[in-house]
Design a protein around this ligand. Structure first.
Ligand SMILES: CC(C)(COP(=O)(O)OP(=O)(O)OC[C@H]1O[C@@H](n2cnc3c(N)ncnc32)[C@H](O)[C@@H]1OP(=O)(O)O)[C@@H](O)C(=O)NCCC(=O)NCCS
Length: 196
């Protein structure tokens, strides 16, 4: 059974992610982050146990990400993974999001589930939002894949005519009063609302 996660599922989700983050297949997530984001998660339940999880992150009106996708090794191969991705895709669709992407080391599995490979550079929200601060940003071995949630949506995503927000402000985040300035802090790009 696939259902929305509840706060009481957070420890099981954390344990699942931890099983794979140790093998470098998933990014580790602190337990507090999972509680905070619990409304983003779906879980697969078998025999009363959480055996799988996946979360939706919305990046832009046409772009969502399926992340923290994991199925316990002893429960693999029963379609939990495919159903979790379908649940996340349906949720994204409910919000009007038209593309669902993932960064992954198993593009073959995603290809079986309706995703196609895409140039990671197209996912500029993700690249600036997460990848810029990732320790592996210069040696990333993940493949970007995308599933169109409405026909043709992925084509529009990769179209050279796609509107890229031009108003990208480069700002230094505010400093807490009394804190010493540290040299070398990164300047963060901030995407402003396209109409703003
Ligand atoms: C990827 C994962 C979620 C799939 O879960 P699952 O419940 O086994 O998925 P499904 O049952 O829907 O799919 C299993 C099928 O995919 C196939 N498959 C598994 N890995 C594959 C791969 N890398 N490439 C192609 N097919 C693959 C299996 O052989 C199986 O085929 P079958 O149905 O013909 O027997 C699970 O293996 C997992 O948690 N992996 C580790 C974490 C991870 O990499 N997550 C993705 C991060 S982006």
């Amino acid at each position: 059974m696939i259902r929305r996660a509840r706060p009481s599922d957070a420890p099981a989700i954390h344990a699942l992610i931890h099983r794979y983050s140790g093998r470098d297949l998933l990014l580790p997530r602190p337990l507090t982050d999972i509680y905070e984001r619990i409304r983003d998660f779906w879980v697969a339940v078998d025999g009363g146990q959480v055996v799988g999880c996946a979360a939706l992150r919305i990046w832009w009106h046409d772009l969502g990400e399926v992340r923290s996708l994991a199925v316990a090794p002893e429960a693999e191969g029963h379609g939990h993974g495919a159903r979790l991705v379908d649940a996340v895709a349906a949720e994204a669709t409910r919000f009007g999001v038209t593309n669902l992407f993932a960064l992954t080391r198993i593009p073959g599995w995603f290809a079986r589930n309706g995703f196609v490979a895409i140039d990671r550079a197209v996912l500029y929200h993700k690249v600036w939002g997460d990848c810029a601060s990732c320790p592996k940003r210069n040696a990333c071995d993940e493949v970007a894949v995308v599933r169109a949630l409405v026909p043709g949506a992925a084509d529009r995503l990769i179209s050279p005519d796609r509107h890229v927000p031009e108003r990208v402000a480069h700002v230094v985040p505010p400093r807490a009063p009394g804190m010493a300035e540290r040299p070398g802090l990164p300047v963060l790009p901030v995407f402003l609302h396209e109409d703003g």
